[in-house]
Design a protein around this ligand. Structure first.
Ligand code: ITT
Length: 200
């Protein structure tokens, strides 16, 4: 079975990616970046989700000699001109502090009423092979930001993003319900045929 590295150390993403890729019929040996603790994190120097996803996938493919997929994702808020965007994981200054990031964003938007609270999750899904072959696709989930968090599922900004057409937040959806409509689900389902074509 071909090994495919999931080039991320974000536990929330890894859980979702296992489910999304298995549901899409990809039966490769999926291994998270945590299996390679000696490989340093790549600096996210790109200015788009696609650039950063490719950076992460190429770094892992080069270091392991194995094909790798990576996810770069975030929350883009209309009234903030698309921020936090690629800075979503480090918005409060501490990388990966989900609670601090969410609370800072809520404080910044405290005076903004519902009609102006549109936002979307974005995800770039990249595949890189050790020979430099690459492919990247993107997915989005459009919604509105709540004033107070609700729900305990998921991770990151899930408790405050209410998808359009739903009365609950992403953190109140089951994992399967979120994966069916999410930015990550859309992007990685679009990447699966490319993985199959290149890896068999
Ligand atoms: P890796 O680089 O190791 O993959 P990371 O957490 O640093 O992990 P990103 O740079 O792509 O990943 O940042 C993604 C951030 O965007 C994440 O920390 C969340 O705050 C937010 N985010 C992305 N997808 C999300 C989702 O499905 N639900 C909630 N928040 C999400």
């Amino acid at each position: 079975m071909t090994r495919l590295i999931l080039a991320t150390r974000n536990a929330g993403k890894i859980t979702e990616l296992h489910a999304i890729l298995a549901d899409a019929g990809l039966h490769h040996d999926l291994v998270g970046a945590d299996a390679y603790p000696e490989i340093p994190d790549v600096k996210e120097t790109g200015v788009t989700f696609a650039e950063n996803a490719l950076l992460k996938a190429h770094a892992m493919a080069r270091a392991t000699g194995l094909p790798a997929v990576a996810d770069d994702s975030g929350l883009a808020v209309d009234v903030l001109g698309g921020a936090p965007g690629i800075f979503s994981a480090r918005w409060s200054g501490t990388h990966g502090d989900d609670a601090a990031n969410l609370n800072l964003l809520l404080a910044q938007l405290a005076d903004i009423d519902a009609p102006h609270r549109a936002a979307h999750f974005a995800c770039a899904a990249a595949l890189a092979l050790p020979d430099g072959t690459e492919h990247v696709v993107e997915g989005r989930l459009q919604g509105t930001l709540r004033h107070t968090p609700a729900g305990t599922n998921g991770f990151g900004y899930d408790p405050i993003l209410q998808p359009d057409g739903y009365a609950v937040t992403c953190a109140e959806l089951t994992p399967a319900e979120k994966n069916a409509i999410s930015h990550r689900g859309k992007a990685f389902r679009a990447l699966v045929p490319v993985v199959r074509e290149l890896l068999g």
